[in-house]
Design a protein around this ligand. Structure first.
Ligand code: NAD
Length: 498
């Protein structure tokens, strides 16, 4: 950390309690250490919810939905409260940033823009979207009623679903939590949020801010804990909608259990996103994008371009440039301003990455670069940027999500082959094409089975109104934009005649 950075006491003051029914609640017995992935030190002890806390939190959200003012407020009234929440959050940007550096291992260079300002932008947009009128009047029909004729019609409304259980992942924690809080609450739902137990403090801070912003009690409850806490929430009969972001493996368990009770669920899951680089691509831009695709946030992003599909005529050239560029990435503590890549989240996650790399080295060939822990860092869960070339698209390293700084390069000879390779994946979150022929790239985008396609790097930001989400085993439902907002609503049709 740097001189002038807050101490742990400043950072974590008031964050040792759960937020349930508008009150701060002590954890009765359990507290879990939260480890700083950059130095393996304990950041703090986070409260863990027990069954009593969870039952109380669901009952509070249920009561706030069934009897409280929140679902009955107009969208404008809800917007006023959430705009205060947004403003209070913006006022705590620096504290939030330092928590994210410590508990999530986000590097200083990325933390404000990617992990705070973009989520704040999406929150503001979700507030605005909810102010649109989504109701519609059904085209009237003339109906015979005895001896007279009347006009029958209906008003189709978008209404909240009810109580939302939101369970989120560790990698972009504030982004994910706000992407759920914004649309869920603006649509008039109430909710219980459970962050990853590895990144709890930023979520507990959100509860503190929501309380200061004047959210009525029970509307937003924040609990913490691991798989068993998530399981409890997802199974509770008081919950109407599960909004889950996490791995495909846990997503399947949640979907299976939800199916048994016909409970609605939104699943934002993993990916192995393909980036097609045509022979007419700008080679430096392509190399930089491929490198960012597996090293940004140490490879811990669901939609990252970890599978580069590069035209054989330029492949060697591109791989040479990536190798050259990778040498200049400074691996180091997340808090240092010169750091270009930080650690993965935990010792367990690093072991998982190492196992993937070892199997790929045995089954294919050794990586072009990387493949080990950096020798100059003895503490922290660091791993070198690692690239495999000439990879078989059917191999484990090309098909499975590693969630570490590991990329693969696969060669192709014509556009049809590139599309077939890109689509040959169980996932369908994001795909990309790099080409100086933008018309051809657009045509190829029509053939790619992904929820989002970026042409030549896309819009260069996460657009607030462009929906994000997956096809196939990357899940279902959308986040952001109009489509994301509507996922937190149900349809009610009120029919009448005159
Ligand atoms: P994870 O699936 O291990 O955990 C996610 C959350 O689920 C955590 O809060 C965890 O405590 C909880 N959980 C674990 N088991 C559970 C169960 N049986 N029932 C209910 N909840 C349970 O994921 P992670 O390691 O935190 O995050 C990485 C994964 O998240 C990657 O696969 C990544 O692709 C995915 N992800 C997807 C998106 C997206 O928008 N598509 C965004 C970020 C991360």
């Amino acid at each position: 950390m740097h001189e002038g950075d807050p101490t742990n006491n400043d950072l974590l003051t008031g964050l040792s309690r759960l937020y349930i029914d508008g009150e701060y609640v002590e954890a009765s017995y359990d507290e879990e250490p939260v480890i700083d992935p950059g130095n393996e030190e304990i950041v703090g002890y986070a409260p863990v919810a027990d069954q009593f806390h969870l039952t109380t939190a669901v009952a509070a959200a249920r009561h706030a939905f069934d009897h409280g003012p929140w679902p009955r407020y107009s969208p404008q009234e809800r917007a006023q409260v959430l705009m205060r929440f947004h403003a209070a959050l913006a006022g705590q940007r620096d504290r939030l940033a330092h928590i994210l550096i410590r508990e999530a291992g986000v590097i200083r260079a990325d933390v404000w823009s990617r992990q705070i300002d973009i989520p704040l932008k999406h929150l503001a947009n979700n507030i605005n979207i909810a102010l649109q009128d989504f109701s519609r009047q059904v085209c009237p029909e003339v109906v015979t009623a005895g001896k007279r004729k009347v006009i029958g019609s209906a008003l189709v409304q978008r209404v909240p679903v009810g109580v939302v259980a939101a369970v989120s992942a560790y990698n972009y924690p504030t982004y994910l939590n706000l992407a759920k809080i914004g649309p869920a609450l603006m649509a008039g739902n109430t909710m219980i949020l459970k962050p990853s137990p590895m990144t709890p403090f930023q979520a507990i801070l959100l509860g503190q801010i929501a309380s200061e912003a004047g959210l009525p009690r029970g509307v937003l409850n924040i609990v913490n804990g691991g798989a068993e806490v998530g399981q409890f929430l997802c199974a509770d009969s008081g919950v109407d909608l599960i909004s889950f972001t996490g791995s495909e493996q846990v997503g399947k368990i949640i979907a299976e259990n939800a199916g048994r009770n016909l409970k609605r669920c939104l699943l934002e899951l993993g990916g192995k996103s393909p980036l097609i680089v045509r022979s007419d691509a700008n080679l430096d831009a392509a190399a930089a994008m491929i490198l960012r695709g597996f090293t940004s946030h140490a490879g811990q992003g669901c939609a990252m371009f970890t599978r580069a599909i590069v035209h054989n005529s330029i492949k060697k050239n591109v791989v040479d440039r990536i190798s050259e560029m990778a040498r200049s990435i400074e691996i180091g503590p997340p808090g240092a301003s010169s750091t270009g890549m930080g650690p993965v989240i935990s010792a367990q996650q690093r072991q998982r990455v190492e196992a993937f790399v070892q199997r790929a080295s045995e089954e294919q060939s050794p990586p072009v670069f990387g493949g080990s822990r950096p020798t100059h860092l003895t503490k922290g869960f660091f791993f070198e940027p690692t690239l495999f070339d000439n990879v078989d698209n059917r191999s484990e390293i090309a098909q499975e999500e590693v969630f570490g700084p590991v990329g693969v390069v696969i060669g192709f000879d014509d556009d049809e082959e590139a599309i077939a390779l890109a689509n040959d994946s169980k996932y369908g979150l994001r795909a990309g094409v790099i080409s100086s022929d933008s018309g051809k790239a657009f045509e190829m985008a029509q053939c790619l089975n992904a929820g989002q396609v970026l042409l030549n790097g896309g819009a260069l930001t996460s657009l607030s109104d462009s929906p994000f989400g997956g096809l196939k085993q990357s899940g279902f439902g959308r986040e952001n934009g109009r489509e994301g907002f509507l996922c937190y609503t149900e349809v009610r049709s009120i029919e009448y005649h005159a």
